[in-house]
Ligand binder design. Structure first.
Ligand code: SF4
Length: 133
């Protein structure tokens, strides 16, 4: 290991094999990747060290729905350091029922190029018909 180089142990989450490897970093740059079984894992490990990303799952408020909250998910992973800001943004959003799974709830959240979509259908609230005497 050269001076100023550090090694980070990374568990790959791309597939169920869960390979564990190491990424060497010096001056913010990746200088080596070891221990991963395939190129997808190597790419994941490089990204995890230099620009980690995560999927965002959350809920937003619903008006006129059978349930008060709608589960939502980001279409692609978002930068890990923007997840909190995106969650705060979603806390201010209210949608109107009915909603269909895949409907865009927030387009291009915080200008990051990723849409947040409904992860289930949500029907409108149907009040029971008043009974007749
Ligand atoms: S390195 Fe490749 S084989 Fe190993 S867990 Fe990651 S994707 Fe799967």
């Amino acid at each position: 290991m050269s001076k100023g180089e550090e090694k980070r142990r990374i568990s790959c989450i791309v597939c169920p094999l869960s390979c564990v490897g190491e990424v060497s970093v010096a001056g913010g740059l990746v200088t080596g990747v070891e221990g991963f079984s395939c190129p997808r894992g190597q790419a994941y490990a490089r990204e995890e060290v230099t620009a980690p990303k995560r999927m965002l799952t959350s809920t937003v408020k619903v008006t006129g729905g059978r349930l008060p909250l709608l589960p939502v998910v980001s279409r692609q992973p978002l930068p890990k350091d923007k997840i909190r800001a995106c969650a705060r943004c979603l806390s201010t959003v209210t949608v109107a029922a009915p909603v269909t799974e895949g409907d865009v709830v927030v387009a291009d959240i915080l200008g990051l190029g990723v849409d947040v979509v409904a992860s289930r259908d949500l029907e409108s609230f149907q009040p029971l018909a008043a009974s007749r005497a």
